[in-house]
Design a protein around this ligand. Sequence first.
Ligand code: NAP
Length: 448
Amino acid sequence: MPEASLRVAVIGSGPAGFYAVGALLDADAGIEVDMIERLPTPWGLVRLGVAPDHPKLKSVSRAFERIAEKPGFRFFGNVEVGRDLSHADLLQLYDAVVYAFGAQTDKRLGIPGEDLPGSWSATEFVAWYNGHPDYQELQFDLNVERAVVIGNGNVALDVARMLALTPEELAPTDTTDPAIEAIGDAPIREIVIVGRRGPAQASWTTQELKEMGELAGADVHVDAAELEGAVEDDTHTHRNMDVLRGFAAREPAGKPCVIRFLFFRSPVAIHGTDQVESVELVRNRLEEQDGRLVAVPTDEHETSDCGLVFRSVGYRGVGLADVPFDERRGTIHNEGGRIVGEPRSYCAGWIKRGPTGIIGTNKKDATETVNLLLEDIEHGRIKHNEHATPEAVETLLAERGVNAVLYAGWTSIDELERAAGEKLGRPRVKLRTWDELLEGAERVAETA
Ligand code: NAP
């Protein structure tokens, strides 16, 4: 490897961040990378978003571990950009910066009753059952008979499926213990998944849809009439429609819960006195506008009793001070990953393109960004600043009293969690609170 000539900071440690680090370290350009992460733990949504009953998807973390082993990599967890370090600090401490901090919030429905107790965003529920330390105080009362999930994406399916899992299905996962208990004890008999457009317009993937029909504790119900007339002009839609037709043709097997798919309906209000009691839906028809089929409300309303509503209508990016932000799209203003008007600054992943695609999509996306960064190095637009030393960031963080969790701190957490999981036949038992995580980072795991 040539002598290190450039130092790059990658902000955020999810898939886009790790794929960016991998591409930078593999470029053979003598680049050193510091990954800076707000949480004490890396892997972003692979740890805290991917559903715990999808261990295969989570196994991509092994690729991230291999990237972290490459020479020139350092991890600084528990360091929040925007609080502990600013954009200007990063440009002083590093020769270039790549923002890959994802989309931290959720889109709102903008309807009355959205904030009633019992109406949750999917992001809150997902973060809670996956052990995100900022969400462990939330009190999910799942003691209801009927739950409604708004949205037709993969996250809506994750939420509905997690709610429907049996204790036996939950047991071998790394779902947090409070979530296993709450879900296992929940008397939910029906979970309704509501799409504002038709079955052919849903954004879920076929594999994830198919899985809904393979649950031990839930039957699926689709009204065949709602599948009629759908335009199936591509293979993906055709496959999804086949799965839905299969569901519609099924006789219920008498499982304790039913997952019901409802299409062509939008929520217009969530009703209840002290908590969610029902959701009011309006029937939609589809209309082509600017080449896209959009949902247009009719005057047909229906009200559906339920004790819980999960709003799963997409994530939304949050900007960072002094970095140009496109409010409409919820992304950093960029061209192919180069931040517009900000030299030496780049972005990758959801904060670059919006909250779409699967984990692997971020590899191509991050590589595109890194290729532009490498091109800028080649053309002399990025030069090494002699003050950008490996020590400079450590000194500044120490001066500011920031207790960074280094990679060894994370591996200590990792070992503790895996050891606790091994005894129970689970991949890990997650440390869930900030205190537990920060303490875990200080200890070397005592293996069982
Ligand atoms: P998504 O795929 O964009 O789905 C959002 C859904 O919300 C769409 O059905 C959308 O309908 C609907 N919606 C938006 N605004 C609405 C409104 N005001 N009222 C009613 N419905 C509304 O997003 P996501 O499910 O949050 O997933 C994010 C990304 O992560 C996706 O790319 C997803 O594939 C990926 N992911 C993958 C997996 C996996 O591979 N297993 C798991 C989870 C997530 P319209 O289409 O009409 O806008």
